[in-house]
Structures are given as structure tokens and as C-alpha cells.
Design a protein around this ligand. Sequence first.
Ligand code: ADP
Ligand code: MG
Length: 324
Amino acid sequence: MGEFELIRHYFAAAPCAQGGEGVALGIGDDCALLDIPAGEQLAISTDTLVAGVHFPVLCDPRLLGQRALAVAASDLAAMGASAIGFTLALTLPEFGPGWLEAFADGLSRMAHRCRMALIGGDTTRGPLSITVTVFGRVPAGQALRRSGARPGDLLCVGGCLGNAAGALPLVLGEREAPRAVAEPLLGQYWSPMPQLNLGQSLLGRASAALDISDGLLADCGHIAKASGVALEVSLEQVPVSPELETFLGPQGARQAALSGGDDYVLAFTIAPDTLAAIPDLERNFMTVHVIGRVLAGEGVTLRDSQGQDITPDQRGYQHFRETP
Ligand code: ADP
Ligand code: MG
């Protein structure tokens, strides 16, 4: 099967490539065309997953397809954007029909959940790598940025943290766990659900937001820096799942929640009154937790239940960390 037939069979014919709201032209021409309503801005983000770096070479391609789109779409959620579509740049070492079928199926499943369409891409031969670029739309001037946090705001997260980091030894086959423990952790690793609804409901409300991909403390550092404020996280308020505690113990679970990567859960700052006034907050967003507050100053401080400063040194994952 040649490149064009491969694209047609596995991607152009996939359920997720059959158009969608805002897609004027999808796969098949030199460019896709999107309709952006007047008064809205286009939100764009790209993410690459490299075999052996971001996922094990031998893994379930269906899960990989889900994850590749989810981690990219999470950036749209973080800006409060509505998803339109995505492109897929796929580099494959060889043509594997079973692999492609399953990968495209995983991609279509996540696309369906996020209500976004595959609108184009590129297919090349080489070491396995997946680049997804997502396109969304947001009311002009209203996107949630990292830079608007103000002293007096609360710091919140959209759900339990650390599950995906906790799943890593399971993903790598280094450890095993009973199904009741393994399933929620692996679920968060392989198919984190981009918090698109939460992000959109924070438009015009949250003062700053991002999705946590490199660890809570490291990512809070980005909000603090961009906003010119200090963030204080109170350890006992950081939500951790009972399964993670069972698997790693209380200490390990806390460590994973604070500094582990791959959560793809939103963190945001918001004025207390504004948070309280979100309609049906508890019913619709029961996973939202207040974990700290914004103060004048700089940096991120972690405090225990006695108010002691227990901020760790190493805060998250970086590909090109400087060696001391
Ligand atoms: P060009 O040479 O003009 O860049 P290509 O031959 O690479 O076009 O691609 C032909 C069409 O197929 C384009 O619409 C492109 O967006 C789409 N396409 C290529 N690879 C993929 C892929 N992996 N997934 C989805 N669409 C793809
Ligand atoms: Mg072309």
C-alpha cells in the first residue's frame, strides 16, 4: 500500500475525518479550510509524542491514538477554547495494517469525545513519532491565559493529580497492581479527558489557567511568573485518588501529585466570589478543588497543615534541564 492509499484508507475514511462544525474543507487538498465566526480567535497548539521518550515503543496503538489527541486537545481546554479540528503528522518505521487500524480507531474515539475532526496531516517513514496540532476557537480577547492571576484569587485544580505519573511503572511493565488500582491510573495515563467544558465555563471568570502537564508545582510556577504573583499551595488540599494512595502509599502519592507529569488536568486562579457564582459548579464540576491562593510576591510555596514551608527543590520534568 502506498502513502496515498494509506492516508485514504486509514485516515481520510476514518469516522473522525468526516467533517464537523467549522470545517469547510477537510483531508484531500493542499490545505484544510476552517470557518472562524466573526468576533472569535483561532487557538492553535501542537504536541509531539516520540516513541521511547513519551511512550513505550511496544504499546497498544489504540491507546496511543487516544492519548496523542488528548494531550494536544488539553491545551485548547486550558485556554477556554472550543475544539474544531486537528492535523496529524505521523512518522512510521513500517507499514503495519493492524497497527494503523487500531491507532486510527483510538484517534477517532478521542475525537468523538472531544467533538473535533481530523482535517489533515502528513505521513512519513522513520522512527515512530506522532505530532498532533489542534485548532479551536475562542471569543476574541477572552482566552484564558497564564498571566492574569491577582493577589486574593483562589488557586484551583480540575481533579485528582498524580494518577498518570503513578501509572508509569505499570505502563513500563516494571510493576503490577490489582485491576481496581491499575485501571484508574492507566486510564488517566492513556486517555486523559481534556477538560474542554470546564475551560469554556471559566471564560470571563478565571483570571489565569493552564493544563498541568509537567507537574503541579512546576506548572504553577508558570502562572506565578507570567502573572507576577506568588502562589501558595496547601498540601492537604491537593486531591489524590484513593487508588494512587493504595499503589504508592501516602508519601509517594503526594510526590506524584505535586511533581509527576502527564496529568492534563486544569489549574486556574479565580476570585472567590466568581468561583462561588459559577452556575451548578458542584453538579457539573464536582472534581474542582481549591488547593491554595494567590499572594503578592513571586514563586510557588508549598505549605503543610501547620503552615510550614515544605517546598521541594525539584519541581517537574524538563527535556533539556541544565545540569548544575
Ligand atoms: P502535500 O504533498 O500537498 O503536503 P500530502 O500528500 O502530504 O499533501 O497529503 C495529501 C492530503 O492528505 C492532505 O490533505 C493532507 O493533509 C492529508 N494527510 C496526509 N497525511 C495525513 C495523516 N496522517 N492524517 C490525516 N491526513 C493526512
Ligand atoms: Mg501541497
